[in-house]
Ligand binder design. Structure first.
Ligand SMILES: Cc1ncc(C[n+]2csc(CCOP(=O)(O)OP(=O)(O)O)c2C)c(N)n1
Ligand SMILES: [Mg+2]
Length: 805
């Protein structure tokens, strides 16, 4: 950072930082040891994962949090370094002892840093390795996006920092992100690799650092390698030092780890055996006690405060930087370096020895300054001036953007929901409202094929540096204007769906990170939800706010190809926490849903559930829209406030069943014409057939579950939307459910009021053909619906029923 800063050479600052490093390691180890009540009901090994894994980052995190970071910087902490993070926040007065005592317990400090569940200001959640790393890259791009649009310029730029486990780099999503960062001119981003050369199971391959170095350099990053600590650097200058350095350089990872574990005497024996007869170096070894020799050999760059501080303070913000920091897993602990240490946990006896070594008296384990050389006053005064902790509030917010009362769209007589989506955004794109300006769209190379083209034509593509559309400048006609500028509102991504979901996660947190709210919309093909799913789940877990629009979907894409048919996605929509999912059939429904969604994405309240639906809409969340390319006859109707409400609540009667109703057809999405046709076919032979349009199985199901739970807790009047809709359907009536997706999505409808139900849907995939052929093949056409109705709602044979294939 600022060149005048000299904590890396200021002996007073170094003394304080060294003391705090010691304390952080102690507190983290104690926290884990103290949480050993969990050992009784889990297999214990997993709790241990933290102890060794945390220790390797103690030095680096001490340097970062107590010296290098500024309040505007944001960090993704490697999952297993959670205890170190919580210990640091405790020392800074931002974490309570109670929560540390309850580490990994109910409402205690979380096993892995969590933005939503921890109380001590976690910037980015981690846990599923690789995702937090990529999040920092996309957070940096988001910061650039916000600033390029002229927002937040009165705030200092933050650096987005990831503390990365070396084995974490096996995750492919990291490399997908790297490529994207290169394309987008990434800056202000640090990835600090904890190169302890151990993963969960064992010791990593030799020479990985060299692969990393080449790789990051290729992608335009600065690479800083922190291999030797200052003790080692000094020893290398002694006579024989060069021989020692060469030996270290050639020592295999496994052996180095084993010797770290074995300690000073083992080092001496090994070194003497291998280089002891080489004159000067023998003296270098001889003059050190076992402990001193172990300290020298363990003094890798990542455990050396001056080296670490120096490297961090000299990084160039205009380029992304990768720090490869050599560390020892379990540094300072009895199982340091042992390949099994990820599962290790200090025994009570080892803990006792460690306690004594740390100068901590029994009963004073949580005392912040116990056993440290500087006085409590000195340390507290140092902590009071830690730059990172000076901000009142690091978690920002932004005002809610006013959303139009309704979204206008010209509805053609025959139209698909995907076309409707493009038309709605095109209309929004015409306006110059604040609302329109804060929408940002993104797509992994399917911008045009998901119908974002018209919007992009109006609003342009985003890049920090303007780039002309050569086709346009060469006057070659093209439907799409592909011009990049800092004012553009569409971020074009490469094909990786993981990147899409992590970018949505970053854009969707902009209000809390940058103090500027964005309304992100990402599009992709529905089957590839699965490709980005872990990142989507991650984005929801962090409470990022976005709209993900998936189209085309299901087998309805017909000739487009069997491989692209999606089956499980409606179930994902139903089950994914933090995501309200919709699958409209008609464009007027889509407009009503999107209008509501833009408000919902911005809500952050905590009120009681609605009496109407038993949903907690005031808490807000993200949105998943499953759309289709199938042109469907649109219904000419007035969008009354009541209808709009029911569409958002998840269902409405398109044809209300009469009192003698024998069958209800409940459908979702693109099969609306088949459901409608089937009801027509049955009209003569089954009385009062009902047609239930379900726009959101997810919201219906969630409300139903919540209302049941409320009743079980004594709120006898709690009723959900689906319970009200089905209340007047006679008990003997059968329900046929149908959608282009897994039948289980709607199968639960029968359990709401005890109606016999036959769920239709798609369970297999891969067959191409025309739409009619596929609907027949998979049994979701009108005839299949009628056959199902005949089977569950006995009566005279239905005349129009044909034999099933
Ligand atoms: C996606 C995912 N897969 C598997 C795991 C289980 N896991 C947790 S940590 C870890 C390996 C850790 O190795 P490294 O990143 O080198 O960190 P270290 O423990 O050495 O500090 C694994 C496989 C996970 N958390 N996330
Ligand atoms: Mg490791």
């Amino acid at each position: 950072m600022s060149p005048e800063k000299s904590s890396s050479t200021d002996p007073d600052a170094l003394k304080m930082l060294a003391a705090l490093e010691r304390k952080v390691l102690w507190l983290a180890s104690w926290m884990i040891h103290n949480a050993n009540h969990l050992r009784e009901n889990t297999d214990g090994l997993k709790v241990g994962g933290h102890q060794a894994s945390s220790a390797s980052l103690a030095t680096i995190m001490t340097a970062l949090y107590f010296d290098v970071l500024r309040p505007q910087d944001r960090v993704a902490v490697k999952p297993h370094a959670s205890p170190i993070f919580h210990a640091i926040q405790y020392l800074l007065g931002k974490q309570t002892r109670e929560r540390l005592e309850a580490f990994r317990g109910y409402k205690g400090a979380q096993s892995y840093p969590s933005r939503t569940k921890d109380s001590d200001d976690v910037d980015f959640s981690t846990g599923s390795v690789g995702l937090g790393v990529a999040q920092t890259l996309f957070a940096s791009l988001t910061q650039d996006y916000v600033r390029a649009h002229g927002w937040g310029l009165d705030r200092p730029e933050g650096r987005m920092v990831a503390l990365v486990g070396d084995a974490e780099l096996d995750e492919g999503n990291i490399f997908e992100a790297l490529l994207e960062g290169w394309k987008q001119g990434l800056r202000n981003c640090w990835w600090i690799i904890d190169y302890n050369r151990q993963s969960l199971d064992a010791v990593v391959r030799e020479g990985l650092w060299a692969r990393y170095e080449q790789l990051f350099t290729n992608f335009g990053w600065n690479v800083v390698i922190l291999k030797y600590g200052s003790l080692q650097e000094a020893a290398f200058k002694e006579p024989g030092g060069e021989t020692l350095r060469k030996w270290i350089d050639n020592c295999p990872n496994q052996l180095y780890s084993a010797l770290v574990f074995a300690g000073g005497a083992a080092w001496r024996k090994r070194l003497n055996d291998e280089i002891g007869d080489q004159g000067n170096v023998s003296k270098l070894i001889e003059k050190r006690s076992d402990d001193e020799l172990a300290a020298l050999m363990n003094n890798l760059g990542g455990h050396d405060l001056p080296s670490v501080l120096n490297a961090f303070h000299n990084a160039d913000p205009e380029k992304p930087t990768c720090f490869i920091c050599y560390t020892v897993k379990g540094f300072g602990l009895p199982f340091a370096g042992h390949k099994d240490n990820h599962a290790g946990l200090m025994t009570p006896q080892q803990m006792e020895t460690f306690r004594q070594a740390m100068g901590v008296r029994p009963g004073h384990e949580w005392d912040k300054f116990e056993g440290l050389a500087p006085t409590a006053q000195q340390l507290q005064s140092f902590l009071d001036h830690v730059p990172f902790a000076t901000a009142e509030l690091r978690r920002l917010n932004a005002p809610t953007l006013a959303v139009p009362e309704s979204l206008s769209v010209t509805i053609q007589p025959v139209m698909s929901t995907q076309t409707g989506f493009g038309a709605i955004l095109n209309e929004i794109g015409r306006g110059e409202s604040d609302f329109a300006r804060h929408i940002v769209t993104t797509s992994p190379d399917v911008t045009v094929s998901t119908n974002l083209g018209p919007w992009v034509n109006r609003r342009g593509l985003f890049a920090r540096q303007a780039m002309a559309d050569t086709f346009k400048s060469e006057r070659i006609p093209s439907t799409f204007n592909w011009e990049f500028s800092p004012k553009g509102q569409h971020i074009e991504l490469g094909i990786a769906e993981m990147n899409l979901c992590i970018l949505l996660s970053a854009l969707g947190l902009s209000h809390t990170i940058n103090g500027e709210r964005l309304l992100p919309i990402g599009t992709l093909y529905d089957p590839f939800i699965a490709r980005g799913l872990d990142a989507l789940n991650y984005a929801c877990y962090q409470d990022a706010r976005f709209m993900i629009v998936a189209t085309p979907s299901g087998i309805t894409l017909a000739g487009e190809g069997g491989a692209h048919q999606s089956i499980a996605e409606p179930l994902i929509g139903l089950a994914q926490d933090g995501l309200a999912s919709f699958e409209p059939a008609y464009v007027d429904e889509l407009a009503a849903i999107m209008d509501w969604a833009f408000s919902y994405m911005q809500k952050d309240g905590d009120t009681a559930p609605s009496d109407r639906t038993w949903l907690r809409d005031e808490t807000g969340g993200s949105i998943y829209l499953r759309l289709s390319t199938r042109p469907v006859d649109q219904i000419k109707r007035e969008m009354t406030p009541e209808l709009r409400q029911q569409i958002v609540d998840g269902a409405y009667w398109q044809r209300k069943p009469g009192p003698n109703c024998q069958v209800v057809v409940a459908y979702t999405g693109a099969v609306a014409p088949e459901a409608t046709e089937a009801v027509g076919l049955m009209a003569e032979d089954r009385r009062d057939v009902g047609l239930l349009a379900i726009t959101s199985a997810d919201r219906l199901n969630a409300g139903w579950t919540a209302a049941q739970r409320a009743r079980e807790r004594g709120l006898v009047h709690a009723r959900s939307h689906i319970e009200r809709l089905l209340a007047d359907v006679p008990p003997h009536c059968g329900i046929v459910t149908v959608l282009d997706g897994h039948p289980a999505t709607l199968a639960w409808l029968g359990a709401v009021a005890g109606h016999r139900t036959r769920p239709l849907g798609v369970e297999h995939f891969g067959q191409t053909g025309s739409l009619a052929e596929l609907y027949r093949h998979y049994g979701i056409d009108a005839n299949a619906i009628v056959a199902a109705a005949q089977a569950i709602a006995p009566g005279r044979p239905i005349r129009h029923l044909k034999a099933l294939p």
